[in-house]
Design a protein around this ligand. Structure first.
Ligand code: SF4
Ligand code: SF4
Length: 279
């Protein structure tokens, strides 16, 4: 029974553990002070705002934008190397297991609202995150010297950083302006959308997922399909809530939900897992 529960909810436990570990500076939530110790020099793999009062590590997207802002003077080798390492090791397994904002989206999906099914339109929308990656994470920081994604879009930053910090600090509350209102509006819109559409932020908007998706075909850890067992029934693709065309393509978050639907038990987690060779 214990084992069954672990098997059923194992991924949620890992997601929860990651969220707690990323944000274990508990006193920060009471004082409204951001932790600035040595660990903050390291990046966590998932989307977790640097400015969250509980955060003990940095956000890889925030660090990448800061690195690009300074790239005239110094190439951000550390951030690029860290992203490369995370990508090569895990690919989008990070979205499925190690992202606190992914966990939040999974929980919102459990609310009993009618769900928008995946379709050709959602598949097209899944390309939007690449545009956001190019424009807001790369071009705007390089050209306008502004962390575009953090400043104008990031819902994790508003939820984990902006709102708790302004709640704890009266001086900050006095500085609230249009931009804060805009970010709260974006956050609410995304949270609402996620109640009706599975992982809407992850699928359509997240530039970190876009970045890690390039590594899915080569990441060391991940899910793979045993070609000798696969009958090409496509039950995996039909039952997957992400906009995949096949298991382990750029949209696969390695959540493992498809394993239960495979009639031949052809899908499994394997170190060194590779892109399925299925046509
Ligand atoms: S559900 Fe299993 S057998 Fe069917 S296509 Fe997917 S991997 Fe192959
Ligand atoms: S293909 Fe399987 S592992 Fe990948 S996202 Fe879909 S259900 Fe999860």
């Amino acid at each position: 029974m214990h084992r069954d529960r672990l098997k059923k909810h194992g991924r949620q436990y890992v997601q929860l553990l990651a969220a707690v570990l990323y944000n274990c500076n508990i006193t920060g939530f009471a004082t409204g002070k951001i932790y600035k110790g040595k660990l903050k020099g390291l990046c966590a793999p998932g989307l977790n705002c640097y400015s969250c009062p509980g955060a003990v590590a940095s956000c890889p997207l925030g660090s990448l934008q800061s690195g690009l802002l300074m790239s005239k003077y110094k190439i951000p080798y550390y951030v690029l190397g860290t992203l490369l390492l995370f990508g090569l090791l895990f690919g989008r397994l990070i979205c499925g297991f190690l992202c606190p904002f992914g966990l939040l989206q999974d929980l919102l999906d459990k609310l009993p609202f009618p769900k928008i099914k995946k379709s050709r339109i959602t598949r097209i929308l899944s390309y939007l995150k690449y545009l956001i990656l190019i424009v807001f994470v790369i071009v705007i920081p390089l050209v306008h010297m502004v962390p575009g994604f953090c400043k104008y879009i990031c819902p994790a930053g508003t939820l984990e950083g902006g709102i708790p910090l302004t709640a704890a600090d009266g001086k900050l509350r006095g500085l609230i302006g249009f931009l804060f209102g805009w970010k709260v509006f974006i956050l609410c819109l995304i949270l609402l959308l996620c109640m009706f559409c599975y992982r809407a932020f992850c699928r359509f908007l997240c530039p970190l997922g876009a970045l890690y998706s390039f590594f899915n075909p080569v990441s060391f850890f991940g899910i793979r399909v045993d070609e000798n067992k696969c009958t090409h029934c496509d039950a995996c693709v039909k039952n997957c809530k992400m906009d995949i065309k096949k298991v382990c393509d750029r949209e696969c978050i390695h959540c493992g939900e498809c394993m239960a639907h495979c009639p031949t038990a052809a899908i499994s987690y394997q170190p060194g897992g590779r892109f399925s060779d299925r046509p």
